[in-house]
Structure formats: structure tokens, C-alpha cells
Design a binder for this molecule. Structure first.
Ligand SMILES: [Zn+2]
Length: 1015
């Protein structure tokens, strides 16, 4: 699907069509810029001088190339804009052109309007120095920021009014860098950056869709791309002389316009034509812009090479220059895109961390189970070791136990008893073969040694009932025969009625039938109990059975204990008379009496049998030991693996958020091995852990380089007036990290190196972070320094806070231990300057910013004044009423709650019919300090705003605004710093700024340390 804006996601581009096949050949559809002269006839609907496209750019946009069309009134003396009286005609003409166009939605209004060459009616002598009009009436109509803004606004509105072009980007034309020929009130020197800033301020964020820039090098050398060289002219010495002129413009963009797209629409090698060689100029230029985008919120969306075709006498063509084309092709291979989100997406990071935490939490129960399992496994293992020993012993026991058994059998033979017989058989009337049986059915059979219990029944008859009667009754019920093995009548007579091998249906429980012997007592013991004779016979019979069958007295049951819902052998068995107890007591008493050798032998035999069983069991267990041991080892491996997995996840979380934080390592240029070093001296390794981070300034001009610093630290020597050494040669740079005014962080020493940066033992446990600059109220010659020079740049502060927060997290250093050099040795040094804890107090600012980074709430905007915007309708009256407030407090003004989320403080103007309560809640939820200024009507709101201005408090209850720029610049050193201590071994003598030191490594080859574990 084509991009709605017909733009490109890539940075690459060519001015004018013709060379796009190079980009398409690398599958990098970049930008093509077309410039057209349309004149300003409001009735003209033609494609103007566009002879190659006839204003149909789909030939490009259908190939996903980004299309940008620059609308000019004309070229040269015709003026890129017409005279101001024709601005409305020009706007209508531009709209005609756009209406008839296809495939383009990005328009640039005019070009380099601060350059007289673009003014209508101008005819200048460009060879004169400085250039001047050929005659006073040929100066042309100067295009001031006011005029340009007026024209641009009309063109933009006319284009946006066209159906299908409401959302088109109408961009302001680029301002010519280094051109100072446009002067006007308030800009007497023709400062081009001021022209640019004035222009943007006249438009404001509501009347501008985007910005175009031009940037060049003065010469063909690739090193000019990153050159920090400044303009020599005193009036403009703060501006870059080469490609980085774009940064001067970027920094001049008002904060409330930093969300707008920016395009560099022209770049080349300056006054020279393109040198036909592949020297890497093009690649470096794209890398430079990609680097900018990576570090800044405001993205540069294109870098367009000027220009592809040979056009007239224009000497900057690329077509046919194989060297440049090769350089461009290699640059394309790096596939740089804009829109790479440079801000840490804290929310996404938190989400990731939350997900990981959830994973670990999910694993916690598993871990606990594993821990329990590990204990269990250890216990098992111990037990098995014991078992193995026992199994061995068991094997050894087999022989003696076998001998023992033989001896027992010999004893039995000697005593003359049948094996197993213990007590004499009681008197039994054997009727097993004489009782009535079923004609065809027989009880199933079993082996007598399967018998496990004796089951007592009652017959629910008179106690003199005969076995014949009962057998008849049972056969009459269609049973195979009598259902009892024994019957004992009231007179104590005992009848053997069935062989022990018969499985009789004595209960409804087949398992009991299978393993039980049925002993029936004649009578009904619901209320009565058996006779004494019956009890005595029953006891004797049971003793004989238990002994013969080798059962214990626990094997005696009443049927009702085994067969639920059945009362036999009557209620008195377990309740009332509890004749079970009586019976068992009689059984035990008989057993006790049976102290004869036969019984002792029987017991011995039983014990030997038990031993044999145990041996067999142990041997079986021993056989299982080895597979179990294998299983244990497997389990142990699983435990180890799971523990490792959990540790790995924990590491990721710790690395990613530092135990709850969200600080990523900032980008650091590692120049440790490439900076100048002393040929023989070497620093020691630290012997104490890092517990402090020390801030320094370099006490040098801001342009001083890290290489120059290293060179001075290694080779610089200094003596005081008395000839005492202040500084001797050192092994190398003293600082672990150095931060340049543009926010670049260099690593100069490994963290474990005990280098000289703070002095004394603290070197052994601290890291040195140095800011390039001299943060003092006055120079050494007592001339005052500007307020901006007295503190680190915002870029330095941002990089430093990210770096220090990261180091704190890494080494567990608390914020109180982020100190200035002078805090460590009060009175001995002024470093990092007299504004550290006095004046600008940038120590507290730094601590605040560090805390913000640590808490993941690094805010980009300090204070945002938020107005409502419902599309067509917006808080225009409120906005107008707030102008005095804005002028006084200079907040970022905004209309989008999303943008306001990036602010630390938000003041909402108007009631919740405008910015809704939901939006307010959303801001609060994001940790923003929200205030709402809402009167009953707009007039009352205006009064509220006025009161705040009166009180100099940006919102009710806020501390009064302190404006640094209004502070008097006076030399006022903090009391403890004497002039004598102002120079120390770290103070770099000014002459060292003149020392030429080659870069540690070529800029292009600088390695980037990029360790972002969650990226
Ligand atoms: Zn210092």
C-alpha cells in the first residue's frame, strides 16, 4: 500500500529526477525532489515549467519513492517568491498546480529566501566583495521573515483547502547557511540562524507543517562532515563552518516546534563541484544524520544530494561521476531510515520486564517443587544406599536361615508332630459326607492355605437344631449344601459340616466367602448369648483352626463385621454382652496354656518363614536399586537445568532493569585504547570496589577535545611560581568518561583503572566523569562569562545523567555519592566550577535528572501549557488570553495530550469541556504534575492567568520562577575556594588548546559500544 504522504522511510535522496534507478537498484526507494517554477497568475492551471512530469509524479511514487515538490514563483531575478503584493495570487497559483497534480503531497514554498539571489527584481554583482546590487534600484524586494511567513501561510492555507490535500505537508523553504545579506530590524548582521528562528517564531507550531534545511561542507574532504570548526567571523563564531551547520538550525527550532518533520533538501561539497572520487563523503554525511536521529527526538527525514542532472551551467551535477555514485551506492547499502525512536520506550521496557517477571513467578512453584523433589531424591538415594547394604546382608543370611529351617524341621520330627499342627484337634462330629446336598450343584473348591479368617454366625433357630435340618433348609434354598463349615449346638457339640476346601456362600461378600471358614453357633443371639458349653467348644474349635491355618486371633470376625446390614451373629456379639470379647479371651487363654514344645517350634518355624520372606523382599528391592539410581540422576539433571533457566531469566531482568530500574547503557565511544598515552608510565588497577562517582569540568574551552585532554594529562607538566611541581607526566587521561558539549560520551579509561582524577585514596574507589567546559562565572582574566557558558549544555546534562544513572545502577552507588570534585576535597579545588553548588546550582539539577532517569520518567519538556483542540474548534480565545502568560513563563504550548505526556508539569487552560477529565486523568496516571486553570468563563480564566504572571508563579502554589538569564553576571567565587586553589593539576593551561592532536581513531572508524540487553 502506498504511503499516504507519498514519502520515503529512507534518508537518501537526489535533487531532480534521473538518478532514482540507483536507489531502486539497491532496493532503497529514497527521495526525489522536483523543483518547478509556476509564476503567480491566479488563473494559470498549467504544469508551469514542469516538462518532465506534467505534474503527475506517480511514475515515482508508485515505485515507493518519496516525492517532494518545491514550488517557486521563478528563478533568479524573477524571485523564488513574487513581490509581496502578489503573495495571494501566488498562493492561488500554487493551489491550482497542486490541484492538478498526482502522486505528491509534500510541497516546499520557495528557496533560500534570505539570499538576495532569490529575491524578485534582484540583480546583484556576486563577484564584488561583499556582493552588492548592480544599481540601487536593482536590490530587489527583500524577503524578510515577516514577508516569508505571510506568503507561506497563504500558500499553505490554499493547499490545505483543496480536497484530498487537507493533510499535505507544506514545508518552509530552506534558509541559506552562512548568508548574511538579509538584514532587518533586530537582525543587523543578517544572522541566518536568527532569520530561521524568527521565521519559525512568526509561524508557530499551528501554522507550519515542517522544515527544510540546507547544509554543505566547504570543500570535498570527508572530514568536514563532522568538523566542529566554527565560522571565523567574530559575529558568527558560534556557528559551524561545515556540514554541522544543520545542527545550528536544529538547535534554533523553538521547543514547541520540535515535533515537526525536518528535511535536508540540499547538500553538496560547497563552492566546489562534486569531486569525482569515492572518498566516503556521502557515506559519512548519511551516517552523521542517522547518528543525529538516533540521539534526538526531532528526526531529520531526508538528506538530498544536490543534484543529479546537468542543468544549464549549474556545476553541482552528479550524473556521470562514477566515484560519487559509488560512494552513494555504498551509503545506500547502510539503509538508514528516519523515525528510529530515539527515546527509551519506558513503557515497552517495563512491559517486557513485567512479562519476564511473570515468567519467573510462574516458574517459582516449579522451583519449589523441584527443591522438594531434590530433597526427596536425596532421601531416596540415602535409603537406597542402606537398602543395597541390607540386600547384601540378606544374601549372606540366606544360608544360615536355610540351616535354621532344617533344624526346625528336625525338631518337629523329634517331637512327633505334623508340620503346622500346634494344638490338638477338639472333639468333632464329622458329618461332612452324611449331610444332604443339592442334586447337581457343588460348592467351588479352594486350597486350605488360602484361608485368612474365621467367620462366626448364629443360626437364628433353637440352640438344639441339627446340622441335618440346616443342610435341608439350605439345599431347599437351591444351594449346593449347608453354608457352614462347622456348627456348634447349645450343648457344646461340634459338627464338622463341610471340608475346609469348600467355598460356601456364608456371606454376600465373595472375597470373604473365598477366604473365610464359617463357624455357626446354633441359637439367636439378638438378645440372648451362647451357652457356656457352646462358648467353650467354639473357643477350642477356633484355637485349633487358627493354629492349623497359622492365623492370629485378629482373624476372628462376626459376619456382621464383614457383611454390612446383616445382624449375625446377633446384636450381643459386639454390643450388650459383647460375647466376641469373651470368646477371644477364651481363645487367648487356651493359646497361653498351650506352652508345649510343639507350639514353640511352630513359632520358630513361623519366624524363620518370616525371615525368608524378608530376604526375598530385600533381594527384589536390591534389583530395583540400580534403575532407581538412574532415575534419581535424571531428576537431579532436571533440577539443575530448571535452576539454570531461572537464574538466566533473573539475570535478564537484573540486566534489563537493574533490580527495578530501567536504565540502559547510553552510547559510549570507547577510545580507551586509542587515546594518547605515556610511553612508559601505567596506571594501577583499583583495589577497592567503586562506591563513588565524581563530576569534573575540564576547565577548558568547550571545543577542547578528548584527545587534547589525554595529551595534556600524559605529557603536560606544570610548576608553580616557587618551582614546585603542580603536575608531572601521567600514564594517560585521568577521567574514565568525558562528555562533550554536544552530549557525546567518550570512555577514556576502563572502569577498573585507578586513574588520577580526584586525588588521593578516592581515586581508588571512584569513577571520574568530566564535562568539557569551564563552569565559572568569570574567565581567568576576570572577564565575565555568559550564563550559558557557566553550566554544561542541555545535551551534556542529558548524556551525563543517563551515563551516571547507568553507572550508579551497575555499581550500586547511591545518589549522595555522586559528588563534585570539590565536594570530595573542599577548599582544594574549584572543580567542577563555582556554579556547582552556588549560582546556577547545577549539582542539584544533575541529581534531579539522574533521579528522573533512574525512575524511568525522564521528561523531555519541563512545563507544557495545554489548550483544547477539537479539530475545527479549538481553544483560540484561551490561547489568545494566554499570550502574556506564555511571554512571561515561556512554557511549551501544546494542543495534544499525547505530547503533554512528555512534560513534567502540565497546566491545562480551560474547563473539562475543553481538555477532558479523562485526558487529565491520563496525564496524572503518567506521573505528570497537572494543574488546571479554569474560570467560570474565558474572561475569568484570563484573569487567573494574569494573576499567575503577577505573582511570577507558573501555576498556583508553584515556586516563583527564577530566570537564569536575568541573573547578574558577577564574579562571586564560593567562599571556600580561594584564588590560589583555582589552578590545580587538572587545570589545563590555555596554550594546550592550541596543541594539534590527531583524532584517536578516524571518526568513521570509531567503534560504538552498544550494550543494550533488552534491545
Ligand atoms: Zn576535577
Amino acid at each position: 500500500m502506498p504511503r499516504l504522504l507519498r514519502d520515503s522511510e529512507y534518508l537518501y535522496g537526489l535533487h531532480d529526477p534521473g538518478g532514482e534507478h540507483i536507489m531502486l537498484g539497491q532496493d532503497v526507494p529514497g527521495w526525489v525532489l522536483i523543483t518547478v517554477a509556476v509564476g503567480h497568475d491566479p488563473n494559470d492551471h498549467s504544469p508551469g515549467d514542469d516538462r518532465s512530469f506534467w505534474s503527475d509524479y506517480r511514475r515515482l511514487s508508485d515505485k515507493r519513492l518519496g516525492v517532494m515538490v518545491r514550488l517557486n514563483n521563478g528563478y533568479g531575478g524573477a524571485g523564488t517568491l513574487p513581490c509581496q503584493r502578489d503573495y495571494d495570487n501566488f498562493a492561488r497559483r500554487c493551489a491550482n498546480f497542486v490541484r492538478n497534480s498526482q502522486g505528491a503531497h509534500i510541497w516546499i514554498v520557495g528557496n533560500e529566501t534570505n539570499h538576495p539571489i532569490e529575491w524578485p527584481g534582484a540583480d546583484w554583482d556576486w563577484d564584488a566583495a561583499p556582493p552588492r546590487p548592480r544599481s540601487p534600484d536593482r536590490e530587489g524586494e527583500k524577503i524578510t521573515p515577516d514577508r516569508y511567513a505571510n506568503c507561506y501561510r497563504q500558500v499553505r492555507e490554499a493547499i490545505h483547502a483543496l480536497s484530498g490535500h487537507e493533510k499535505d505537508q507544506v514545508l518552509i523553504g530552506a534558509v541559506a547557511p552562512w548568508n548574511n545579506l538579509t538584514t532587518y530590524d533586530g537582525n543587523p548582521h543578517g544572522d541566518w540562524v536568527q532569520y530561521f528562528r524568527d521565521l519559525l517564531e512568526r509561524l508557530g507550531p499551528q501554522s507550519c507543517d515542517g522544515i527544510t534545511l540546507h547544509a554543505y561542507t566547504h570543500g570535498t574532504d570527508p572530514k568536514f562532515i563532522q568538523s566542529p570548526e566554527k565560522v571565523r567571523d567574530q559575529r558568527f563564531q558560534q556557528y559551524h563552518w561545515h556540514f554541522r551547520a544543520y545542527q545550528d538550525f536544529m538547535q534554533a527550532i523553538p521547543t514547541n516546534m520540535r515535533h515537526l518533520p525536518v528535511y535536508i533538501t540540499e547538500t553538496d561539497q560547497g563552492d566546489d563541484p562534486w569531486r569525482n572520487e569515492n572518498a566516503g563523503w556521502v557515506r559519512q554525511a548519511y551516517q552523521e544524520i542517522a547518528e543525529w536521529n538516533r540521539k534526538h527526538e526531532q528526526q531529520i527525514r531526508s538528506l538530498i544530494l544536490y543534484r543529479w542532472p546537468r542543468v544549464g551551467s549549474d556545476k553541482w551535477y552528479i550524473d556521470g561521476k562514477a566515484g560519487v555514485i559509488e560512494d552513494f551506492t555504498q551509503a545506500l547499502n547502510e539503509r538508514h531510515q528516519w523515525g528510529v525512536e530515539p527515546v527509551i520506550d519506558v513503557e515497552a521496557l517495563r512491559k517486557q520486564v513485567d512479562e519476564l517477571s511473570a515468567q519467573v513467578n510462574e516458574l517459582q512453584p516449579a522451583l519449589r517443587r523441584i527443591a522438594a523433589l531434590a530433597t526427596e531424591v536425596a532421601r531416596l538415594q540415602q535409603m537406597m544406599e542402606g537398602l543395597a547394604g541390607q540386600a547384601e546382608q540378606a544374601a549372606a543370611l540366606r544360608q544360615p536361615v536355610g540351616d535354621l529351617l532344617a533344624k526346625v524341621e528336625q525338631l518337629e520330627a523329634d517331637v512327633g508332630i505334623t508340620p503346622g499342627g500346634v494344638v490338638p484337634q477338639p472333639l468333632l462330629q464329622d458329618v461332612r459326607t452324611t449331610l444332604p446336598v443339592h442334586a447337581s450343584q457343588r460348592w467351588p473348591s479352594r486350597s486350605a492355605d488360602t484361608i485368612q479368617r474365621v467367620v462366626v454366625h448364629h443360626t437364628v433357630t433353637r440352640d438344639d437344631v441339627t446340622p441335618q435340618r440346616i443342610a435341608e433348609a439350605h439345599v431347599g434354598q437351591d444351594k449346593p449344601g449347608i453354608k457352614y463349615h462347622f456348627l456348634i449346638t447349645g450343648d457344646g457339640a461340634t459338627y464338622w459340616t463341610q471340608p475346609l476346601e469348600a467355598v460356601v456362600e456364608q456371606t454376600r461378600v465373595s472375597a470373604v466367602n473365598d477366604d473365610g471358614v464359617a463357624v455357626a453357633l446354633a441359637g439367636n443371639f439378638t438378645e440372648a448369648v451362647p451357652t457356656a458349653a457352646q462358648m467353650d467348644s467354639a473357643a477350642r474349635l477356633i484355637v485349633w483352626l487358627l493354629s492349623t491355618l497359622q492365623l492370629s486371633s485378629e482373624a476372628v470376625w462376626g459376619r456382621n463385621e464383614l457383611d454390612r446390614g446383616i445382624s449375625s451373629p446377633g446384636a450381643q456379639w459386639l454390643q450388650g454382652a459383647r460375647f466376641k470379647d469373651t470368646l477371644l479371651a477364651q481363645v487367648r487363654s487356651i493359646l497361653d496354656e498351650a506352652e508345649d514344645p510343639a507350639q514353640v517350634i511352630a513359632q520358630l518355624r513361623q519366624q524363620v518363614r518370616d525371615l525368608q520372606t524378608q530376604i526375598a523382599e530385600l533381594q527384589a528391592l536390591a534389583a530395583q536399586v540400580s534403575p532407581l539410581q538412574q532415575e534419581v540422576q535424571g531428576l537431579q539433571a532436571t533440577v539443575q537445568q530448571q535452576k539454570a533457566e531461572i537464574a538466566r531469566l533473573q539475570d535478564i531482568i537484573d540486566a534489563g532493569c537493574g533490580g527495578g530500574g530501567v536504565v540502559r547503557q547510553p552510547d559510549v565511544l570507547d577510545v580507551v585504547d586509542s587515546l594518547p598515552q605515556h610511553p612508559t608510565l601505567r596506571y594501577a588497577q583499583r583495589t577497592r570496589p567503586i562506591s563513588m562517582i565524581v563530576a569534573h569540568h575540564t576547565d577548558t574551552p568547550p571545543t577542547f577535545t578528548v584527545e587534547q585532554l589525554a595529551h595534556y594529562h600524559a605529557f603536560g607538566t606544570r610548576k608553580d611560581a616557587q618551582g614546585n611541581w603542580i603536575k608531572k607526566e601521567w600514564p594517560g587521561i585521568g577521567y574514565h568518561f568525558v562528555i562533550t558539549p554536544d552530549g557525546t560520551i567518550y570512555q577514556g579509561q576502563r572502569e577498573e583503572t585507578c586513574s588520577y582524577h580526584v586525588g588521593g585514596e578516592p581515586n581508588n574507589y571512584s569513577l571520574g566523569v568530566s564535562f568539557i567546559g569551564r563552569f565559572m562565572r568569570a574567565n581567568y582574566d576576570d572577564t565575565p562569562r555568559t550564563p550559558e557558558e557557566q553550566v554544561p549544555t542541555p545535551q551534556q546534562m542529558r548524556s551525563a545523567s543517563r551515563l551516571i544513572a547507568w553507572l550508579m545502577q551497575k555499581h550500586d552507588v547511591p545518589i549522595e555519592k555522586v559528588m563534585g570534585h570539590r565536594d570530595v576535597w573542599p577548599g582544594h579545588t574549584v572543580c567542577p566550577g563555582d556554579q556547582w553548588t552556588a549560582g546556577a546550582h547545577w549539582k542539584s539539577l544533575l541529581h534531579q535528572q539522574i533521579n528522573a532517569v533512574l525512575q524511568g520518567r525522564e521528561k523531555l519538556i519541563d512545563h507544557c501549557l495545554l489548550f483544547w483542540d477539537h479539530g475545527a474548534d479549538w481553544g483560540e480565545t484561551d490561547w489568545r488570553n494566554a499570550q502574556a502568560y506564555i511571554a512571561h513563563f515561556r512554557p511549551t504550548s501544546g494542543f495534544s495530550t499525547d505530547d503533554a505526556l512528555l512534560a513534567q508539569h502540565v497546566t491545562i487552560v480551560g474547563g473539562d469541556a475543553g481538555v477532558s477529565g479523562e485526558d487529565e486523568a491520563r496525564l496524572r496516571a503518567a506521573g505528570v504534575d497537572v494543574h488546571r486553570l479554569a474560570g467560570a468563563d474565558e474572561a475569568e480564566t484570563r484573569a487567573l492567568l494574569g494573576e499567575l504572571v503577577e505573582k511570577n508563579t507558573p501555576w498556583p502554589g508553584a515556586p516563583p520562577l527564577v530566570r537564569k538569564v536575568t541573573e547578574p553576571v558577577v564574579r562571586d567565587l564560593a567562599a571556600e575556594v580561594t584564588a590560589a586553589t583555582a589552578v590545580d593539576e587538572w587545570s589545563v593551561p590555555d596554550e594546550w588548546s592550541e596543541v594539534e592532536v590527531s583524532p584517536a581513531v578516524p571518526e568513521s572508524a570509531r567503534p560504538r559500544v552498544k550494550v543494550s540487553p533488552l534491545e
